[in-house]
Ligand binder design. Structure first.
Ligand SMILES: NC(=O)C[C@H](N)C(=O)O
Length: 485
C-alpha cells in the first residue's frame, strides 16, 4: 500500500506525530514517477528542485498545529494553468518554452494551503481532445491498460492520480476534460459550477465553458481541494461572488429522501450495455440508502455535440489569435515579412486538432455564417440550459454515466474527429448549462477498465453532489482498486 492511499486526515495525523515528513511524501512522488511514468507519460515538466525545497521548508516549520488544509500533499498541475517560473506549455509546440511570470489564482491558493507542486501534467494540446493523443509531447496512457487512452484533455492529471504519482491533481474542464479522464482512469473528478473557481491564469480555450477542478482518489479529498480553490477572485471577471460553504462538513452520508432524475437519453441507445449496467447498480445502492429515482428526459440532448463544438471552437479561434510569434512562445525564423511570420509560426506551432478547431470556429464566426452557426448554437445552448433548470425544479440531482463507453484503444479514434467528439455527449451538456458535476468510480467492464458515474447538481450546489457521491462511495469499494503497473 502506498502512503498516498491514506486519507488527508490520516496523513496529517502522521505528520503531526512526526511518523512521516513532507520530504518523505515528496520522495514517494518522485520514486513512483521514476518507476512508472515512462509507461504513462503523465508529466510534461517535473519540478523536483522546487518540490524538495518546499518540502524542507514545510518540515522545518516550528508550529505544525495551524497548518494549511492541504499541508504537504504532492500535487500535479495541468499544464494549461500558469505557474510562475515553471514552464506552462499547454502541450503545444507554440508554447514549448513559455515560462509564466505569474501564478494562476488556484496555484496561489494551493500554495497558501501548503500543498507541494511536483510538476506539470500532460494534456491534449490547448485542452482540445478526449484521448490525450493530441499532446505535442507524447500521448498519455491509461494506467489500467497502457494500450488504452486515459481520456482527455486532463489525461496526465487523471493518470498520475490513479497511478499514485501524485496525491491529487488539478485539471480543467470545458466539455468533460476533468470528468471523462477521471472516469477512464478510475478516480474522482469534479467540475465546479461556472464561476465557482477563478480562471485567472488558466490559459483560455473556450472562456464561457472552462472551469478548473480537482482530480482525487476519493470524494472527501475532492471536497478539501474544492474548499481551497473555490471563491470569488477580483482578477477573474467571470468568477462569482457567492458564499463558499464548508464542503467537508457537507459529507454527512445521508441521502434519505433525495430525489434523483435519470435522463432516458443517458441510459438508452448509444450507451454501452456494461456502462448502463454499472450505473443501474449504482442507483440501486443509492435507493438502498433512502433515495428515489425516476426516468426523465433531456429533450435537446441530440443537439449538444453540434452546439458545444461550434461554441467551443468559435471561442478558441478568438482566444488563440494571440499566438502570433510576437507575444508568446516560439517564432518561425524563416519568413520574409510579418504576415508570413504569423502564418509560418501558427502553421508550425499548432497541431492538427487545434488547427481544425481554429478553422471551424473562424468559419462559424464569419459574416454570412454567424447567424446560421454561432448564433444558432447559442440559442440551442439556452434550450439545453432550460432543460436542466426544469429538472432541477423537481429533483435534487441528475445521475447517469460520465461516458458512453470505457477507455478505447490508443489510435482507435484519432483519425475520426467526429466519432471522438460524440464521446463527449454526456459531459458537454453540463458545461453548456454551467452547472457542477462529479464523476466517481462505479465499477469495471469485462476488460478491467473503469466506469464512471456522473452526478450533476444545481448551480453552486457542489455540496449536494459531493454528499451524494460520498454516500455512494462509503457503500462501495470501486475507488479502492489500484492499477497494476
Ligand atoms: N476540453 C474539454 O473539456 C474536452 C473536450 N473533449 C474538447 O475537446 O473540447
Amino acid at each position: 500500500m502506498s502512503v498516498f492511499d491514506l486519507r488527508i486526515q490520516e496523513i496529517h495525523e502522521q505528520l503531526r506525530r512526526k511518523q512521516l515528513s513532507v520530504s518523505e511524501l515528496v520522495d514517494e512522488s518522485f520514486k513512483r514517477i521514476k518507476e512508472v511514468d515512462s509507461q504513462l507519460n503523465a508529466f510534461i515538466t517535473l519540478d523536483e528542485e522546487g518540490a524538495r525545497a518546499k518540502a524542507e521548508e514545510l518540515d522545518n516549520l516550528s508550529n505544525t498545529d495551524e497548518t494549511g488544509l492541504l499541508f504537504g500533499l504532492p500535487v500535479g498541475i495541468k499544464d494549461n494553468i500558469s505557474t510562475r517560473g515553471v514552464k506552462t506549455t499547454c502541450a503545444s509546440k507554440i508554447l514549448a518554452n513559455f515560462v509564466p511570470v505569474y501564478n494562476a489564482t488556484v496555484v496561489d491558493k494551493l500554495n497558501e494551503a501548503q500543498a507541494v507542486m511536483v510538476g506539470k501534467m500532460n494534456m491534449d494540446e490547448f485542452a482540445m481532445g478526449s484521448s490525450n493523443e493530441n499532446s505535442a509531447f507524447r500521448a498519455v496512457r491509461n494506467p489500467w491498460n497502457t494500450d488504452h487512452v486515459p481520456g482527455g484533455s486532463s489525461g496526465g492529471s487523471a493518470a498520475s492520480v490513479a497511478a499514485g504519482e501524485v496525491y491529487f491533481a488539478l485539471g480543467s474542464d470545458t466539455g468533460g476534460s476533468i470528468r471523462q479522464p477521471a472516469a477512464f482512469c478510475g478516480v474522482v473528478g469534479l467540475k465546479p459550477t461556472y464561476g465557482r473557481v477563478s480562471r485567472f491564469g488558466l490559459v483560455a480555450y473556450a472562456s464561457s465553458l472552462d472551469q478548473i477542478g480537482p482530480i482525487t482518489k476519493n470524494v472527501e479529498d475532492a471536497a478539501y481541494v474544492l474548499q481551497v480553490i473555490a471563491g470569488y477572485d477580483q482578477h477573474d471577471s467571470t468568477s462569482a461572488n457567492v458564499d463558499v460553504p464548508d464542503y467537508p462538513s457537507a459529507l454527512t452520508g445521508d441521502v434519505s429522501g433525495l430525489k434523483i432524475a435519470v435522463p432516458k437519453e443517458y441510459i438508452g441507445e448509444g450507451i454501452h450495455p456494461e456502462v448502463r449496467e454499472k450505473v443501474l447498480e449504482a442507483l440501486k445502492v443509492l435507493e438502498s440508502l433512502g433515495a428515489t429515482w425516476e426516468e426523465v428526459s433531456l429533450p435537446h440532448s441530440d443537439y449538444v455535440i453540434p452546439a458545444y463544438y461550434i461554441i467551443a471552437s468559435s471561442e478558441a479561434s478568438s482566444n488563440l489569435a494571440r499566438y502570433d510569434g510576437v507575444r508568446y512562445g516560439v517564432r518561425a525564423d524563416q519568413a520574409d515579412n510579418l504576415l508570413e511570420m504569423y502564418k509560418e509560426t501558427r502553421s508550425q506551432g499548432f497541431g492538427a486538432e487545434v488547427k481544425r478547431r481554429i478553422m471551424l470556429g473562424t468559419y462559424s464566426l464569419s459574416s454570412g455564417y454567424y447567424d446560421a452557426y454561432y448564433k444558432k448554437a447559442q440559442q440551442v445552448r439556452t434550450l439545453i440550459k432550460q432543460d436542466f433548470e426544469q429538472l432541477f425544479e423537481k429533483y435534487d440531482v441528475i445521475i447517469g454515466p460520465t461516458t458512453p463507453t470505457t477507455a478505447w484503444k490508443i489510435g482507435e479514434k484519432i483519425d475520426d474527429p467526429l466519432t471522438m467528439y460524440v464521446e463527449d455527449i454526456l459531459t458537454c451538456p453540463v458545461n453548456l448549462a454551467g452547472v457542477p458535476a462529479i464523476s466517481v468510480p462505479c465499477g469495471f467492464d469485462q476488460k478491467g477498465l473503469p466506469v464512471g458515474l456522473q452526478i450533476i447538481g444545481k448551480a453552486f450546489d457542489e455540496a449536494t453532489i459531493l454528499r451524494v457521491a460520498h454516500a455512494y462511495e462509503q457503500h462501495t469499494d470501486h475507488h479502492k482498486a489500484r492499477p497494476q503497473l
